[in-house]
Write a protein that binds this ligand. Structure first.
Ligand code: Z5A
Length: 199
């Protein structure tokens, strides 16, 4: 299938821009495309997004569980139905962000975070992960407005970037790693080639 595509990377890697460009190309090719973002995309998910990104402090486990709850709602309400009717789903972040941010960044452990996410997803899991890499300095410089998690500092971003790199190494068949520091046209072209190769 390979129609459930997650765009991943640290802040400012270019996920939103690349997702928009890929959606245009897919639509031009005649496909239905649903673009979603995590956390968000449902009434519950948008409420949790506001709490997670701009709300009061939460413990690392509460944070991980809130991301998992928002994701379960999004998969059930939007992603699974879209995949079932043959649409492509381009997701700005996914369960892999939880593994990198909460598992590695917050040091909860990637396996533990994977375990709390699995039941709520009922087998709906990103089939292709486009990992855009930029240095933490470059990513933070591109950030328009740091949120609660994006303002954790360089050390945290490094831990998250290392988490993503580890995941890509562990699942090479699922991950496409693209240098997001290059000009946007080149990044989009590389991502498009990867999708075509897997279609
Ligand atoms: N989070 C988590 O901890 N656990 C989870 O499970 C999930 C999320 C799902 C969500 O924020 C926050 O939640 C995030 C992780 C955490 N923490 N933070 N911060 P988000 O995903 O909504 O926001 P973000 O990651 O910070 O996204 P962003 O800043 O919008 O970055 P982006 O989507 O990767 O980049 P962009 O919007 O496409 O581009 C940013 C700017 O850079 C823009 O001006 C572009 O024109 C420019 N740009 C991008 N690429 C290029 C290239 N190649 N050349 C030149 N300029 C470029």
């Amino acid at each position: 299938m390979n129609r459930y595509v997650a765009l991943e990377g640290i802040e400012g890697a270019g996920k939103t821009s690349v997702s928009a460009a890929l959606a245009l190309r897919l639509e031009e090719a005649g496909h239905e495309v649903i673009r979603v973002r995590e956390p968000g995309g449902t009434a519950v998910g948008e409420g949790l997004r506001q709490l997670l990104l701009d709300g009061p402090p939460v413990t690392p486990w509460a944070e991980a569980l809130m991301f998992a709850a928002a994701r379960s709602q999004l998969v059930t309400e939007v992603i699974r139905p879209a995949l079932d009717r043959g649409a492509w789903v381009l997701s700005d972040r996914s369960v892999y962000s939880s593994l990198a941010y909460q598992g590695a960044g917050r040091r909860l452990g990637m396996d533990s975070v994977r375990r709390i996410n699995r039941p709520g997803l009922a087998g709906t899991w990103p089939e292709v992960v486009v990992l855009l890499t930029v240095s933490p300095q470059q990513g933070l410089a591109r950030q328009a407005r740091p949120d609660r998690i994006g303002s954790q500092g360089l050390q945290f971003q490094r831990a998250v970037a290392e988490g993503f790199a580890r995941l890509a190494g562990e699942e090479p068949e699922r991950f496409v790693v693209i240098d997001g520091g290059r000009p946007m046209e080149q990044v989009v072209a590389a991502a498009w080639d990867a999708l075509e190769a897997r279609a």
